[in-house]
Design a protein around this ligand. Structure first.
Ligand code: LLP
Length: 443
């Protein structure tokens, strides 16, 4: 296959209209790319590159769509903080009425710092430490979703020894053994995977929780996986959860208030047809009818994924081994999804000048062959010094950044009502030295 495909009007190249719409991106008459009404080139010049930029109004639109889809059902939306933990982004979601789905003591601190109502915070995770559990108990969060009998034993010990006057609200995160079709690294609800409590242990666990006056079982939860496009696994999983809730209730446990169906709603990265929230609501409604259960959701990617772009500057172009490379200043340390999951992220020029495009690999400066943002991708013939935008980078982007190669993490910028502001400053190299000693044994 030739790597030098050159056509005046290549079918794959150019701006992807559906992705633009999802993000709130527009191409101005002068060819410049705008997000939420703001010219991204100005943002790139001001904030430097690489830089993450989020469109606040796209996040608000997503939240509204999801919330309205579940209008007919009692529901709560807990934003998965792991997907985008920026305080300003969390603040937007809190203002919209979201709660927070957390996975660590650090995320608990983030959620509390932003002012999420403790009762609307849910905490999942297979390896919660004692101090994390103590913090969650102390904060009186909505539910600690236990993932093993061993974790329950630790909680029993903790509530026994401290003078906890209130019943601590627990959930059981079940592994419903439903295979969801997505990348194997982001499948979480199938058998043989570390997450959740096996179905056959749930009733006994529910009884054990109910027997302790300092504990109360309020929810049964699952999370099947991420980037799901099909409602079928949700239906299968929810059906299993409802059966379990019925069994636990039959065993005399009367405190369950909600069914937590987790996150996982997929978004469009390329040309997928995402699962519409209304479809999910329609699938779940008959299952929960008459059950006196609120539906809890834990979306991350759905709310912020499409709303963010990663801006990067072209450093070099080079031709080697029969391939064309565009070397940019963003790398796998900024956005690891392409190299870690072979994920597709569309890349577009910041100023379009009607140029030809050619098939290139878009790669970063990191010393790893796996450091790429796109492989064999048609891209306009951008010149060094120009900028590109990597799309759909608002979830699992900045939060997964690393400092490999002593690369400071990129800043984050928020666009709201036609204005933009840095919401997280670029890390400095000095930040990265913090806590290190050059010669600890000297003197
Ligand atoms: N709830 C629980 C318990 C989770 O483990 C997750 C994600 C979510 C909710 C939110 O899932 P979402 O709605 O965002 O799909 N780094 C990967 C995704 C890992 C997802 C981990 N758990 C990626 O970049 O695709």
């Amino acid at each position: 296959m030739s790597t030098q495909v050159r056509t005046a009007n290549p079918p794959l190249a150019g701006d992807p209209p559906a992705l633009f719409e999802d993000a709130g991106l527009e191409r101005g008459a002068d060819g410049s790319l705008r997000l939420g009404g703001v010219a991204l080139e100005a943002v790139a010049r001001d904030a430097g590159t690489p830089a993450y930029v989020y469109n606040g109004s796209a996040i608000r639109d997503r939240f509204a769509t999801l919330d309205q889809a579940f209008d007919g059902l009692p529901h709560e939306i807990h934003f998965a903080v792991k997907s985008n933990g920026s305080l300003a982004v969390l603040r937007i979601l809190k203002e919209l009425g979201a709660g927070a789905d957390i996975v660590s003591g650090g995320e608990l601190r983030r959620a509390l710092r932003v002012g999420f109502t403790a009762r609307k915070i849910v905490f999942s995770g297979v390896g919660k430490s004692e101090s994390e559990l103590e913090a969650a108990i102390g904060a009186r969060i909505g539910s600690i979703n236990i993932e093993s009998v061993e974790e329950l034993a630790v909680i029993e010990r903790l509530v026994g020894r401290r003078s906890v006057e209130y019943p601590v609200r627990l959930g059981i995160r079940v592994n419903p053994d439903v295979a969801a079709e997505t990348h194997p690294y982001i499948t979480t609800g199938a058998g043989g995977i570390k997450f959740g409590v096996p179905v056959e242990q749930v009733v006994a666990l529910g009884r054990r929780i109910a027997a302790n006056p300092r504990l109360t079982l309020v929810t049964i939860a699952m999370h099947l996986g991420s980037q799901l496009l099909d409602p079928a696994p949700f239906a299968l999983g929810a059906r299993k959860l409802i059966e379990l809730i019925d069994e636990v209730r039959d065993a005399g446990v009367r405190t369950i208030e909600s069914i937590d169906v987790g996150g996982g709603l997929g978004i469009r990265y390329r040309d997928e047809s995402p699962l519409a929230p209304a479809t999910l609501a329609a699938v779940l409604a008959p299952l929960v009818a008459g059950k006196q259960l609120a539906v809890h959701l834990e979306p991350g990617r759905y709310l912020t994924g499409s709303a963010g772009v990663l801006l990067s500057r072209v450093l070099y172009r080079k031709r080697s081994g029969g391939k064309d490379f565009v070397i940019v200043d963003a790398s796998m340390t900024d956005l690891v999804r392409p190299s870690h999951y072979q994920a597709y992220h569309a890349i577009v020029e910041l100023v379009s000048r009607g140029r030809d495009s050619r098939i290139v690999d878009v790669v970063g400066p990191v010393c790893e062959t796996g450091d790429f943002l796109a492989l064999d991708r048609p891209l306009a013939d951008v010149e060094p010094g120009e900028y590109v935008a990597i799309l759909c980078a608002g979830a699992y982007g900045s939060v997964m950044a690393s400092n490999y190669n002593t690369r400071p993490r990129a800043p984050e910028v928020l666009i709201e009502r036609g204005r933009y502001a840095v919401i997280r400053a670029r890390e400095t190299v000095e930040d990265l030295f913090r806590g290190e000693s050059i010669n600890p044994f000297d003197g």
